[in-house]
Design a protein around this ligand. Sequence first.
Ligand code: S3P
Length: 192
Amino acid sequence: MNIILVGFMGTGKTVVGKKLAEILKTKFIDVDDLIEQKEGKKISRIFKENGESYFRNCEYKIIRKVSRFDNCVIAPGGGAILELENVLNLKKNGIIVCLTASHEIIYKRVEKNKARPLLKVDKPLERIRELLKIRESHYKQADIFVDTSELTIEEVGIKVLKEVVKFRKPEQQTPSPNVIISCLGFKELGFD
Ligand code: S3P
């Protein structure tokens, strides 16, 4: 079973994903990184030279592949959940965790990073509001929600793991709760 981190740009998918993979001693898969490797150029260049629908097609193909992996932490880009097929593929062997944050915090986190083509506009905060509104119902398809606004990376990681352990059905025992619990300690997870 994979742990899938979805959520809007700037909610912490990549940093939290790396932290989780480190704690669980497993692999972290960044879907945008794989697209960049495959295409041999940065996401912003793909958008500029090939357009968004080309990018979404690359995203779909990579997600279909990584959905077959097991015991990984996977972070698709913030718009991947707009495509229902992506959600269905990811859910086949994954628990979907949606990271959230307030509009203002998202803005603060992304304002200096020019790598996000969808936010290269005159009024990025307004754009963030608009996109979040459009995407709200799509993010609701996640299994678990964690608000990262006021938490450190480690705190988000621990919260995600606690929620994943609570959510997991007995037959979905990989990575086993024992692995998670032994990494974090029983007390920290509140199961004593
Ligand atoms: C996008 C989010 C980006 C990247 C692309 C499109 C989106 O990933 O996939 O720029 O539509 O929200 P991050 O969420 O990792 O920034």
